[in-house]
Structure formats: structure tokens, C-alpha cells
Design a protein around this ligand. Structure first.
Ligand SMILES: Nc1ncnc2c1ncn2[C@@H]1O[C@H](COP(=O)(O)OP(=O)(O)OP(=O)(O)O)[C@@H](O)[C@H]1O
Ligand SMILES: [Mg+2]
Length: 512
């Protein structure tokens, strides 16, 4: 047996009612190897991870891990952990009502000699992890009080508690992270590798794979395609193997000549932003970019009636508006895709059909009687249009892959036919084929004279899609780049604006 091999995945098949999620996956991973797993939404990546971790039992096949020469097969998550296997799952699995420190030490609380919990030691050790990952957070803070990006980072840093770790699995770790935290994560992965720890890394951002992984396994429709060294492949190659077709420049959509002003925001102030002013015109795509804490999502949440507005005004078609709740905003023609949509807004135990229609039953009902044909055809329509991969629209949303759940969320917003669509991180976690589809939908929306706001922490996307780009820094608008300026600047320039320290009367954008 090869000493250098850490993990053997041998003929894994996983069948769910109506779905063969894995069709026989065989590969092995060496010690200290960073292996990427790529494939479209629903290809079976997360299912494979669950089989490796003993969370799901494979229908056929075997998983073995080399524990200092002894080959073990984990039967459940606790055994996997004792063999040095750690997974960071796609859906942030963190106890929201507990503190940061409690989450770190859940299941292994440090004890005093008297057997009580040693809180001092727990906070001290937690602070060390917090420092290592350069987080700004009090170990006593409750998870639910923290922004989602920070929650995701705490979930990642939690892995470092297990000192005898041999294999770490990351399932879409950067989906909720800000750019600068991606660097912290990559440094951590390099450190793991240097210590001989193996890593499995799942991401739809192929640039990341080229940067941090040694090898890449491509999966398609539950089947193993091939494993390559990353030096042997490029992005286009991966895409064509994953999707089975070429996906050309996805940001290359037809833009419109923006029409009259639809939305005007004047000196808006909220909890974490001050004096934010911008406008949005008919047929326009307005991008919003900023680093963590810049307030970009908070501004939208305030406009949408989720958070409190402390000052300033919002005008819709010249008329002052102030929404009391998201529902209020929705009825006035707004659609808002939130950042935290994985847990937000889906009735997980209900069908795809119900979830797609959930916001807009009033539009397909007469005298409280739902038109069932319309209900079904709408769901079928979106399943087809943005490619929701599911055996049927009657399938329960809980059983869909992460990316496909998001496609359901997007569909239910589009069903309302909103005038102004706000997308907070529209393509996080969706595969390249679906990104292409989502951008085509946006292209279609603006062609109908609708307006779109895209908040993205992914610069190529923000710059590639926007007609104008609002760059925020420290709760202020640091600059608004128009389409001419956007053509001239590169990513570094925008990052410089976004990291600028705000100075009164000093419009930072002038520096470009
Ligand atoms: N508990 C379940 N019951 C029924 N089907 C399931 C279940 N879990 C997963 N599936 C199906 O198995 C397939 C593979 O899903 P999986 O979550 O592994 O995909 P993925 O590659 O991780 O996709 P994504 O990129 O969207 O996260 C999908 O078709 C999914 O709907
Ligand atoms: Mg997945």
C-alpha cells in the first residue's frame, strides 16, 4: 500500500429516491495534496463530501483514510473527526445562539480541576484563533449578532481546533467571504499543506482553483470525469468538461441606454453608513462594490425596510417613499435577493413548485382560488429557464443541491416581475452555466426597461456587469464610476478606492 496516499475513494455510488447523485467515483488523494472538486450545480460534490465524512452512507463503495499506516473507514461524523477529518460544509453549520468561543469549543469545552467549564481558558484560546485568522470579534459575541461573512470565517477558523487533523474539506468556503478574507483562508490552506495535511476544495470560482489547488477532479452528473494537475488545465478547459459546452465571456451582455431616473437616494444614513446618495435610471445596471464593513448591503437593507433609516430620503419616480417592511417594498415593485439567502426565505420542507410561487400567489389567484395550471407552468418555466436541477417540481427544496436552492430563490423573485431588482451577490454558489443564464435574465430585464442593482464582492463581476459602479468605503460612497471611467480603470484601481479612508470634501474617485 502506498504510504503517501491519505484518502482512497473507491467506487462510491449514492442513490436517493429518483436521483442517482453519485455514479461510482474512484480517486485517491495524497498527503499534503490540495485537491479541487469541480462540477455544475447538482453534480454531486457535496454528496461525495458527506459520504467521505460518514455523514451519508454510500449505497455502494468504500472510503478509507490512512491513520499512520492503519486504514480506517468512518461510519459517522464523530468517527471521522477522531480519524482527523474535518469538513466545512456548504451551509454554514454554526450554532447561531451561542457565542464565538462556545462554537469553537462545542463538544470539547475546557474544564477546570473541579469539572466546571473553564471560561477564562476558553476565551483565551479563542482569542488566539481569532488573532490567527485576523478577525475583529469578541469571543463572547453571539454568532447571530455578526455579519454573515464573519460567521462564515468563524466556521472556517473552527477547524483549527482539531490539532491532529489529516484532511480538511472546504465546500464553497469563499461564497460568503470578502476578498481580503480569501487571502487569509488561502494562507491557512498553505499552512495545512506545509504540515502534510490534505485538503479537498470545492468552489465555482475557477480562478481560486488555479491559484490554490495542486490537482482538480471534474465531476459531471454524478459521474467521475477525470483528475488533472492544475498546471495542465485552464479555465476554459474546466468549463467545457463540466458544462459540456463552451461558455463565452459571460459578462458580455447587451446594455441599454439608461432612461429617466427611477430611484433617487439622498443623504441616506443608517446604522453603519452615512450620507449615501446615488440614483438609478430605467434600464440601468448599477453595481455596488465595497470591502467588509463598507456598508453596501446595509444601504440596501435600509432602503428595503429591513433595517432602520436614521436620516435622508428615498424617492421612487420622484415621490418620496419609506418602506416599513420588505413586503411593503415588494408591493411597490422592488425585488430583493438577500445575501443570506441560504437560510433566508426558502420553505425548505416544501416543494420547488410552492417555493417558486410563494411571493406571488396573488398574481395567479382569483377570489382566493389559485390557478393550479399557472402555478405548475410557472415552476416548470423557471426550472427550464434557469436550469433548476430537480427530478420534478414536486421535489422538496431541502433535497436540492446548494446552487439549485438559490436558483429557486431567484425564480420566486422574478415571478413578481419587479421594476427594480436588487441582487446581493447574485451568483454566489451557482455554476458557470447558471451564471451565464442569470446574466442573460438580467440582460432581458433591462431590455424591458427594468433596473437592476448588483451588489458584489467579486470585482470581475461588479465591474463586468455594471453600467455605473458605486464604490463604498467605511460607510461612505467613496466614488461613483461611470461607464467611461469603468473602461479605463482596472481591479486594483477600484480596490484602492474601496480601501481609501474617507476624508470630508475629498471625493476619492478623483484619484483615478
Ligand atoms: N437528501 C437528498 N434527497 C434527494 N436528492 C438529493 C439529496 N441530497 C442531494 N440530492 C440530489 O443529489 C444531486 C447532487 O447534489 P449535491 O448537493 O451533491 O450537488 P453539488 O455538486 O454539491 O451542487 P452545488 O454546486 O449546487 O452545491 C442533486 O441532484 C440533488 O438534488
Ligand atoms: Mg454542493
Amino acid at each position: 500500500m502506498d504510504d503517501n496516499v491519505l484518502l482512497k475513494i473507491d467506487g462510491i455510488v449514492k442513490t436517493y429516491p429518483g436521483v442517482q447523485a453519485l455514479k461510482g467515483i474512484t480517486t485517491s488523494i495524497n498527503k499534503g495534496e490540495v485537491r479541487a472538486l469541480v462540477g455544475e450545480n447538482g453534480a454531486g460534490k457535496s454528496t461525495l463530501i458527506k459520504c467521505i465524512m460518514g455523514v451519508e452512507t454510500p449505497t455502494e463503495g468504500k472510503i478509507e483514510i490512512n491513520c499512520d499506516g492503519k486504514w480506517e473507514s468512518p461510519k459517522n461524523a464523530i468517527e471521522a473527526k477522531s480519524f482527523g477529518m474535518q469538513a466545512n460544509y456548504q451551509n454554514v453549520n454554526i450554532a447561531k445562539n451561542l457565542s464565538v468561543a462556545e462554537n469553537y469549543f462545542l463538544g470539547c469545552l475546557p474544564r477546570t480541576k473541579l469539572g466546571t467549564v473553564d471560561w477564562n481558558q476558553m476565551y483565551e484560546s479563542s482569542q488566539k484563533i481569532i488573532d490567527k485568522f485576523q478577525l475583529t470579534v469578541d469571543p463572547r459575541a453571539t454568532i447571530e449578532s455578526l455579519p454573515i461573512a464573519l460567521q462564515a470565517m468563524i466556521n472556517i477558523s473552527k477547524i483549527s481546533i482539531n490539532e491532529k487533523v489529516r484532511l480538511v474539506i472546504f465546500d464553497e468556503p469563499t461564497a460568503l467571504l470578502e476578498n481580503e478574507k480569501v487571502v487569509t483562508l488561502f494562507n491557512y490552506i498553505k499552512e495545512l499543506k506545509a504540515n502534510g495535511v490534505s485538503v479537498i476544495y470545492i468552489s465555482h470560482r475557477l480562478e481560486e482553483i488555479m491559484e490554490i489547488c495542486d490537482t482538480v477532479t471534474i465531476m459531471k452528473d454524478g459521474a467521475y470525469v477525470e483528475t488533472k494537475n492544475v498546471t495542465e488545465v485552464n479555465k476554459d478547459y474546466l468549463i467545457s468538461k463540466m458544462v459540456g459546452r463552451d461558455v463565452a465571456d459571460i459578462y458580455n451582455i447587451k446594455h441599454q441606454e439608461p432612461g429617466e431616473e427611477l430611484l433617487r437616494v439622498e443623504k441616506l444614513c443608517g446604522n453603519s453608513f452615512v450620507d449615501v446618495s446615488f440614483n438609478l435610471r430605467k434600464g440601468e445596471i448599477l453595481g455596488f462594490f465595497g470591502l467588509v464593513g463598507s456598508g453596501r448591503s446595509e444601504v440596501m437593507r435600509a432602503i428595503f425596510g429591513v433595517d432602520k433609516v436614521k436620516g435622508g430620503s428615498v424617492y421612487l419616480r420622484g415621490k418620496k417613499v419609506s418602506f416599513k417592511s420588505p413586503k411593503d417594498a415588494m408591493l411597490s415593485g422592488f425585488g430583493f435577493l438577500t445575501e443570506d439567502r441560504r437560510t433566508d426565505g426558502l420553505a425548505l420542507s416544501q416543494s420547488v413548485e410552492l417555493n417558486v410561487n410563494i411571493y406571488s400567489y396573488d398574481m395567479i389567484s382569483k377570489a382566493s382560488i389559485i390557478n393550479l395550471n399557472k402555478e405548475r407552468s410557472r415552476a416548470e418555466d423557471y426550472r427550464e429557464k434557469i436550469g433548476i436541477k430537480t427530478p420534478s417540481i414536486k421535489q422538496c427544496v431541502n433535497n436540492l443541491s446548494g446552487g439549485n436552492q438559490q436558483k429557486v430563490v431567484i425564480s420566486k423573485l422574478l415571478c413578481r416581475n419587479p421594476e427594480i431588482l436588487i441582487f446581493d451577490e447574485p451568483t454566489v454558489g451557482v455554476d458557470v452555466g447558471a451564471k451565464d443564464e442569470i446574466f442573460k435574465i438580467i440582460e432581458n430585464l433591462i431590455a424591458q426597461g427594468k433596473s437592476v442593482i448588483i451588489i458584489s464582492s467579486y470585482l470581475p463581476e461588479a465591474m463586468g456587469m455594471a453600467d455605473r459602479l458605486v464604490v463604498m468605503a467605511e460607510g461612505h460612497v467613496a466614488g461613483i464610476l461611470d461607464s467611461e471611467q469603468l473602461k479605463k480603470v482596472n481591479e486594483e484601481d477600484v480596490l484602492r478606492i474601496a480601501s481609501a479612508v474617507y476624508a470630508e470634501n475629498n471625493p476619492i474617485v478623483e484619484a483615478v
